[in-house]
Every structure is written in C-alpha cells, then in structure tokens.
Design a protein around this ligand. Structure first.
Ligand code: CP
Length: 308
C-alpha cells in the first residue's frame, strides 16, 4: 500500500487538513463507544504494541482499548521487566517488536525525539504517545476534538495555557495544533518554567495568569510537575498555587461559558482547585472519553496509509 504518512510523530509536521481529517474520523469512532457492542473490524488482523518507558494511565489504556474495540491484537511492554533493563538500545528494542509482525508501535518515553529516531528503522507505523519535553500529539488532538465537539470550531478562539509550559509536551503540541486551526494561544506560568522563544511557536507570553485567562474561550491547566520543585524552579507549592493555581475567581475572568481543560493526571488542589475540576465548566472527563475515539481514528488512518 502506498503510504502518504506512515507515522504520527507530532503536530509540528501535521497539516491543518490532516488534523481536521483525524478529528472528523474520531467523530465516527465515538459513536462506537456509545454502543452496547463496542466492536468494529477497522483493525481486524492487525497487531498493535505499546512500548512505554514512562508511567501512564490515560494514554496507555485508551490506546489498548481503542485497538481492541477495532478488532486488533493488542499487547503492552514497559521498560521495567523488559530487555531494556539489560541494556538493549531503543532502536534494537523497536526492531525486535517490529520483527514480530507489528503493524502499529506506540511509544512513550522521556527521551525527546526517540519516536522520530526509531520510525525510519521499522516497518510498523510509529505513534508518539509523548516524548520527553517535545510533543504529545494524540493528547493535543483529543483536546482539539473536545473543543470542536463542544463549540463547533476553534478558529478565533482565545486559549489560555497555564503552568509549567517549559516541560510540557502537551502545551507544545497544543500550540502547534491550535494555531494551525486559527486559534490564539496565550501562555502564563513562572518565568523559570517558561521556555525561551515560546513566541516563535505562535503563542503569546503573558505577565500574569489573569492576563492570559481574561475573556478566554478555553482555560487549560498543566500538570504541576512536583519533581521540578526539588530543582528550585519554583519556591514553594503554596506560592505556586497562589500565583498560578486556577480557582473559581480565576475562571470567572474567562468567558462565562469557557471550557476548563486539563490533560491529567491532575494534582487536585494544586494547579486546579477541586471546585473547578468538578465544576460545570470542566470537560476533563470528556477529554478522557474523546482520547479513545481520537486514538481509534489515528490508528485507523495510519493503517489505511495516512491518506486524506
Ligand atoms: N494525559 C496523559 O498523557 O495522561 P497519562 O500520563 O495518564 O497517559
């Protein structure tokens, strides 16, 4: 089969048309999730392997369920308990999985660029399930899908992304995707957690959370990566919450019907208060549901040669 796109490595190199195609396909896939009998034959006979070097609940399980709903053979392998612990290189590990007639290889890793590194060495389609501080394209696609499902379109939207932007692959992929679809992205966070040159990606850097959130259509909190505190990148958790935590008063600055989003896992009471997490503007649970639909759409699209 002639493949227009073999792999999904990031939103940086995905076109607007490809993003829209995946989102439209996910709409059809979501209907399957509402059925009593959740089974299609879109990936019948195909083999999907998840290779996770980092912990995950949402991404790993949603890929596995998505593969099974579409009739694929699905298997998982994690770094602990595998030959990665014996010193096998990432390319050799990928080639080993490929040699077992794998059609789709899903990879999560703390090594930025590792999915890009293995992709040319394997016949399988490689899907980046989050690589270091680089990208988390399937998360951004499910975020875009959720916004479009709720509001119809994101063109002209103001989207505020708040928190540790520097270490966030979710923020980076969302900036690429949102700007391609015509939204405006405003970012705010501690200056030590704001990457140099973020404006070159198309985002506007704000001096305060209030400035970013003011009149926003979407407010997206990022996970407070508590491990960073040990490195002195922000003074205390209490101070972080005071300045960068999203609570009811903060959310009131946004549009009345603004969506509250978070990729998860949430540190309840830190980057978001329980009141906003469980409030009526929160679409966090819907993001999780849509994650299954979007991953079904991505795997089906790649299995068909990535053609639009
Ligand atoms: N959003 C996300 O990637 O969550 P997991 O780490 O649970 O997969």
């Amino acid at each position: 089969m002639l493949k227009q796109r073999k792999d999904l490595l990031g939103l940086k190199d995905l076109s607007k048309e490809e993003i829209i195609h995946i989102i439209n396909t996910a709409k059809e896939m979501k209907a399957v999730l509402g059925q009593d009998f959740k089974k299609t034959n879109h990936l019948q006979g195909k083999t999907v392997v998840s290779l996770f070097y980092e912990n995950s609940t949402r991404t790993r399980l949603s890929f596995e369920l998505a593969a099974k709903y579409m009739g694929a053979n699905a298997a998982n392998i994690s770094a602990s308990g595998s030959s990665i612990q014996k010193g096998e290189t990432v390319i050799d590990t990928a080639r080993t999985i490929d040699a077992m007639a794998t059609d789709i290889l899903i990879m999560r890793t703390n090594m930025s660029g590792a999915p890009h590194l293995i992709a040319p060495h394997v016949k399988a389609s490689v899907i980046n399930a989050g690589d270091g501080m680089n990208e988390h394209p399937t998360q951004a696609l499910l975020d875009l899908y959720t916004m479009i499902e709720k509001r119809g379109d994101v063109s002209g939207f103001k989207v505020a992304i708040i928190g540790d932007v520097a270490h966030s692959r979710v923020a980076r992929s969302n900036i690429y995707g949102l700007t391609k679809l015509g939204a405006k992205v405003y970012v705010a966070g501690p200056s030590t957690l704001m990457p140099y040159g973020i404006e070159s990606l198309g985002a506007t850097k704000c001096g305060s959370v209030g400035e970013a959130v003011a009149d926003a259509d979407v407010v997206m909190g990022l996970r407070l990566q508590l491990e960073r505190q040990k490195r002195g990148l922000f003074p205390t958790i209490r101070e972080y919450c005071n300045f960068f935590g999203i609570d009811d008063d903060c959310l009131k600055l946004a549009k009345k019907d603004a969506l509250l989003m978070h990729p998860g896992p949430v540190n309840r009471g830190y980057e978001l208060t329980s009141s906003v997490i469980d409030g009526k503007q929160s679409v966090i649970d819907e993001q999780v549901t849509n994650g299954v639909a979007i991953r079904m759409a991505i795997m089906y699209w790649l299995s068909q040669g990535g053609v639009i």
